[in-house]
Design a binder for this molecule. Structure first.
Ligand code: FAD
Length: 394
């Protein structure tokens, strides 16, 4: 029996699965939308103007360098489990073993008009779009004097929304200098339906985050539910509509819809059910990882949609596919929580690293350290040396 391994999606889970397969010289084909892998966890930096969007990418072929590793740039449009092929816009790719690591898409929770009337932070292109859009709003203000152009609303007070807000708080004053705009006219708001922002961090650190963000000029509107969006307007429950030049939605994620369309057993967020070895419960030769997987940890709690979970899952999948092929025992996912760090701008943050609460500059430095650790994991010293000048500021 042949063992063609196909990986779809070169995110955190896909790249780590691939590097593990390379380690044991297992040939594979990887299909990804772009020729590069991007650092999703740093996209807020790109959107907030800290670095050029291309600084947050690495060419896949610079990481997966073995001649037996084939990389194809194509967008997957269908997973045909019966025919054992993946259909892309430019071709069809057959497999014996399939690794699905297609990540996430925004979840709009059925809120009317939100998809059509908001920007999202999904990849380097959307990060660049947010950045250009905000600059265009400053230019529009200069031409018509309408202060609404200078209001930026970030919907969602989770990690993504708060990290983006922190980054914008740093960038906006620079834009004001560039365009000669009075900084007091700029209004940066975060709108969150729940009573608190950053549910991932402790109450004490959350207070630190609230204080840091509000002192720097942001308005945090918790207990505020978005009910409808129209061009340039967010309607919220129990308050006046918010008119804004920029509306960004970060409030929810769901799995790539291709999984449900392929008939996998999925949860309400479209994630496909896997067992402890990360095999699909519907097919033992299909492994699913990262934000595409519906997976529970040893205590039966759902594995959260985070990069650190995706990376750990990717490694388990790479090892298990190889073990399955060679009739060796597979290993279960035992998730190690390394903590959560939320940056609140280039130099400060809050969170915990391995259970130790950190805030301020220490948290900012700890976040920077995770970037180096990831580059090391992906490509060793060579990649750290290649990218640190561009991405990692230590
Ligand atoms: C701004 C931001 C900050 C974050 N910060 C943190 C953090 O600090 N810590 C943390 O742990 N998590 C963080 N997260 C969450 C984390 O980034 C995700 O959980 C993680 O990216 C999921 O990894 P993945 O491998 O499942 O998918 P992804 O990394 O999303 O990769 C999916 C890949 O599949 C490709 N793809 C998608 N559809 C197709 C298709 N149809 N055809 C071909 N290719 C396709 C994509 O281009 C991409 O390369 C953050 C997320 C955001 C947006």
């Amino acid at each position: 029996m042949s063992n063609r391994i196909l990986i779809i999606g070169a995110g955190y889970a896909g790249m780590l699965a691939a590097t593990r397969l390379e380690r044991v010289s297992e040939p594979f084909t990887m299909v990804n939308k772009d020729p590069y892998h991007y650092f999703t966890t740093l996209l807020h930096e790109a959107a907030g103007g800290r670095g050029e969007p291309t600084h947050y990418t690495v060419q896949i072929k610079d990481v997966l360098r073995k001649p037996t590793s084939e990389v194809i740039v194509d967008e997957v449009t269908k997973i045909d489990r019966e025919r054992r092929v993946v259909v892309g816009k430019s071709g069809e790719y057959s497999f014996d073993y399939l690794i699905i690591t297609l990540g996430w898409v925004p979840e709009y929770f059925g809120i009317e008009g939100l998809k059509e009337n908001s920007l999202v932070l999904r990849n380097v292109d959307t990060a660049a779009h947010i950045r250009n859009h905000i600059e265009q709003q400053f230019q529009a203000y200069l031409s018509d004097g309408d202060e609404t152009h200078l209001r930026i609303v970030v919907g969602g007070g989770g990690l993504t929304g708060i990290e983006l807000l922190g980054e914008l708080l740093d960038w906006v004053p620079k834009l004001c200098v560039k365009y000669g705009v009075n900084p007091s006219l700029v209004d940066l708001q975060n709108v969150e339906a729940m009573p608190n922002i950053l549910p991932q961090v402790s109450a004490t650190l959350r207070e630190v985050a609230v204080q840091t963000l509000t002192e720097r000029g942001a308005t945090l509107r918790t207990n505020t539910k978005i009910v409808k969006a129209e061009p340039g307007v967010l309607h919220v429950d129990g308050a006046e509509p918010i008119r804004a030049g920029t509306i960004i939605w970060t409030g929810g994620v769901r799995a790539n819809p291709l999984l449900a369309e392929a008939g996998f057993t999925v949860d309400r967020r479209g994630k496909a059910k896997v067992n402890a070895y990360l095999q699909s419960v519907d097919d033992e030769r299909i492994f699913i990882g990262g934000d595409s997987a519906w997976c529970e940890d040893a205590e039966g709690k759902p594995v959260p949609p985070t990069a650190q979970a995706a990376m750990q899952m990717g490694k388990v999948i790479g090892d298990n596919v190889s073990s399955h092929i060679h009739g060796q025992p597979m290993r279960m996912l035992t998730l190690k929580n390394k903590g959560t760090l939320a940056s609140l701008g280039p130099e400060v943050g809050v969170g915990d690293a391995f259970g130790i609460p950190v805030k301020g500059v220490a948290a900012g430095l700890a976040k920077e350290a995770t970037k180096v650790e990831y580059l090391w994991e992906l490509g060793g010293l060579r990649l750290v040396a290649d990218k640190t000048g561009e991405v990692v500021h230590i």
